[in-house]
Structures are given as structure tokens and as C-alpha cells.
Design a protein around this ligand. Structure first.
Ligand code: NAD
Ligand code: TYD
Length: 356
């Protein structure tokens, strides 16, 4: 079968990556989509079971930190585009194990940049390296009237955001120095189906369901700007195809919530779904020691993306959160396979003899 383009998506077994892979596999049958993933604790091929037998989808099990492996992969396929999502993504883990973030997020990104540069050899027609990043690189906001724009100075404050900031700088340096055709996007907090239950929203949904304590860091006053994951995937599609070479686009939901207000909302939504008296689950809230260096507020101004590419969120927060809660109710076995560890035993064993 011949394809119009071959696109490498890294981290496609993770939360956002799986939505991007599904969107591209279904929307672009003329593209071959190669999903490269190490299947760390955050990677779960169950996320992609609905597309894994599509003729335009291939899975490659490997580590972006392994330079030789990455060079071989670029030799095996003629990639026209790279959409790079693979990363260590959880701030709390970056506090306990910062070097894992340096390795994957910085060195892994540089391995991909080098492989693209060395393979494309200055022949950049029809080529594109898309780096998916986070709004956390901009640091924290205090003044309620301030928003992150694409020109906001970088001020990362956690090992996670510092590693993503570093990778963003390398991507832009490869554009500036070698002319590598790149685009970068910096997105706010995502939520939706397949979100790993170490992150705030799925952790709370799971704990409410199981009647377990709901750990709110500090006083719950930190603010995040939440975007439905499928709207992030749509933005990535728009930017990959129509974003201007060398540019950065901020992506956000214009949807700021204080953590405590969000946990209250989730408790009330879950109480209705569990047919409990509304207010019951709020009793599970437990204030715990604050995260070290906890950023106060993130808020994105996505005007550039909206004006240039006509993107806008397709769902309101109420709709997106209701869809998310419904998805978890319809798929409790997904989360149970994660909490039991079964997801790794089953899917990783399928690939343990394939390339690393
Ligand atoms: P995730 O942790 O759910 O998934 C990461 C994926 O990368 C997993 O499948 C994992 O197995 C894979 N991976 C990790 N290390 C690897 C390595 N060394 N080699 C190959 N694969 C590896 O992350 P996510 O939340 O889906 O985030 C995806 C990207 O989007 C990340 O780059 C993140 O920085 C960025 N981002 C996330 C958010 C968010 O709210 N989750 C917001 C903005 C940007
Ligand atoms: P998280 O989902 O880890 O995303 P990020 O740190 O990348 O924003 O956390 C979202 C917010 O929720 C953040 O302010 C930390 C807070 N939080 C809690 O209060 N309790 C928790 O158990 C978790 C995981 C997060």
C-alpha cells in the first residue's frame, strides 16, 4: 500500500497522544501513522484498541532516549512529518525523579531533532517537525488580568516545566540554526477520556467512586485552565497542516478553575451519577501538604490560533466534563486495569520481543 505521507507520532499510547493518533488514523487514511512509544507506566495500548488493526496504523515499541534506535527508525521509514508528544508529563514525579525528565524530555527530543535533520538533509519540502509543549514553561501568573501569550518570557519553575522549556528551546534552535521546519504549541491542562489516574480530574473521579479521600494540595486555591483533550487533538491537526513554519501557537480553553471549585463540581456530578445525596462526596475532601514550588495560576490567551487558523473549542466545560465522567462510568475496567497493573502485563508482554 502506498501512502501520501508517513507521519511519526511519538507518545501515541499516552493520554493526549492516543487522541491524536485516533484522529489522524481515521481522518487521513491516505497517511501512514507510525506510533512510537516506550510504554512507560503512562503508555497503554488499550487506549488505541479501536484503531490498531487499521491498515494505515503501525506501532513501534521504542525509547526516544536511545539514539541508535531512533536513527534506525528514521532509516526504516521515510517520515514526512513528526508530531512529538512522548514525554514524562507529571509534575509530582518530576519532583521526586528529575533526571527521568531530563533524559526523555530533553535528550529524547534532541535525538528526534537530530534524526530529522540528518535524514531530511536540508531537503525540507513537505517536511514538518511538530513539538507539543505545555503552558507550564511560562511559569505562574499572579495578576488576574494577565494571560500567557506566545511572546511571554519563559520562567519554568518545576523540573517538568524546565525540561519542557529546554526541549522547546532546542526545537527553535534547530529551526534557527539548520532551517528545520518546525512548529511548537503550548497548551493548557487537558482533561477527558483515557487520562491517567495520577492527574487531578481522573484521580478525583476514581477516588469519589471508591469512597477514598480526595487529596487537595494546600488550600486548593491554585488555578488551571482546562481544555477537552479532543479539542487539543483538533488544534494539533490544524497547526500541523496549516500553522506557519517556525511559529508557536498557544492552545487553551479560556476556562479557569480553582482546584477546590473544580473538585466540588466533580463531587456533585459524581453524586448525581452514583445516586447519592448531592454533597456526600465533598466530605471526602482532605487538605494535604502543598506541592513544592506549586505554580499558582496558568491561563492561556489562544487568540493567535483562533484568528490565524479558525480553531476554537468544540465543547463547553460542562459538556466536556459530563462526557468525561460518562466515559469513566462506561469504562471502569480501563482504570481498574491500571490500578491493578494488569494493563502493563498484558500489552507490554505483546511487544517485549520487539525492538526497544
Ligand atoms: P502521558 O504521560 O499520558 O503520555 C506520555 C506517553 O509518552 C506515554 O505513552 C509514554 O509511554 C510515552 N513515553 C514516555 N517516555 C518515553 C520515551 N522515553 N520514549 C518513547 N515514549 C515515551 O502524557 P500526556 O498528558 O498525553 O502529554 C503528552 C504531551 O503533551 C507531553 O509532551 C506533555 O508535555 C504535553 N502536554 C500535556 C498536557 C496535559 O494536560 N496532559 C498539557 C499540555 C501539554
Ligand atoms: P495535575 O493534574 O497534576 O496537573 P498540573 O500539575 O500539570 O497542572 O494537577 C492539577 C492541579 O491540581 C495542580 O494545581 C495540582 C493539583 N492537585 C491536587 O490538588 N491534588 C492532587 O492529588 C493532584 C494530582 C493535583
Amino acid at each position: 500500500m502506498t501512502f501520501e505521507k508517513t507521519i511519526l507520532i511519538t507518545g501515541g499510547a499516552g493520554f493526549i497522544g492516543s487522541h491524536v493518533v485516533r484522529l489522524f488514523v481515521n481522518k487521513y487514511p491516505q497517511y501512514q501513522i507510525v506510533n512510537l512509544d516506550k510504554l512507560t507506566y503512562a503508555g497503554n495500548l488499550e487506549n488505541l484498541k479501536d484503531v490498531d488493526s487499521n491498515p494505515n496504523y503501525k506501532f513501534e515499541h521504542g525509547d526516544i532516549v536511545d539514539e541508535n534506535y531512533i536513527n534506525e527508525l528514521f532509516g526504516k521509514y521515510s517520515f514526512d512529518g513528526v508530531i512529538h508528544l512522548a514525554a514524562e508529563s507529571h509534575v509530582d514525579r518530576s519532583i521526586t525523579d528529575p533526571m527521568a525528565f531530563v533524559k526523555t524530555n530533553v535528550i529524547g527530543t534532541c535525538n528526534l531533532l537530530n534524526a530529522a535533520k540528518n535524514t531530511w538533509k536540508g531537503n525540507f519540502e513537505g517536511k514538518r517537525f511538530y513539538h507539543v509543549s505545555t503552558d507550564e514553561v511560562y511559569g505562574e501568573l499572579h495578576d488576574p488580568s494577565e494571560f500567557f501569550v506566545e511572546t511571554t518570557s519563559y520562567d519554568p519553575r518545576s523540573p517538568y516545566s524546565a525540561s519542557k522549556a529546554s526541549s522547546d528551546h532546542f526545537v527553535r534552535a534547530y529551526h534557527n540554526t539548520y532551517g528545520l521546519p518546525i512548529v511548537v504549541s503550548n497548551c493548557s491542562n487537558n482533561y477527558g477520556p483515557n487520562h491517567f489516574p495520577e492527574k487531578l480530574i481522573p484521580l478525583m473521579i476514581n477516588n469519589i467512586k471508591n469512597g477514598k479521600p480526595l487529596p487537595v494540595y494546600g488550600k486548593g486555591e491554585n488555578v488551571r485552565d482546562w481544555l477537552f483533550v479532543k479539542d487539543h487533538a483538533r488544534a494539533i491537526d490544524n497547526i500541523f497542516h496549516d500553522g506557519r513554519n517556525g511559529e508557536t501557537y498557544n492552545i487553551g480553553g479560556n476556562n479557569e478553575w480553582k482546584n477546590l471549585d473544580l473538585v466540588h463540581l466533580l463531587c456533585d456530578l459524581m453524586d448525581s451519577r452514583l445516586e447519592k445525596e448531592v454533597g456526600t462526596s465533598r466530605n471526602l475532601i482532605t487538605y494535604v501538604t502543598d506541592r513544592a514550588g506549586h505554580d499558582l495560576r496558568y491561563a492561556i490567551d489562544a487568540t493567535k490560533l483562533m484568528n490565524e487558523l479558525g480553531w476554537e473549542p468544540s465543547v463547553t466545560f460542562e459538556e466536556g466534563l459530563a462526557q468525561t465522567v460518562d466515559w469513566y462510568f462506561d469504562n471502569w475496567s480501563w482504570i481498574e486495569n491500571i490500578t491493578s497493573g494488569d494493563y502493563q502485563k498484558y500489552y507490554t508482554s505483546m511487544y517485549e520481543n520487539s525492538s526497544k
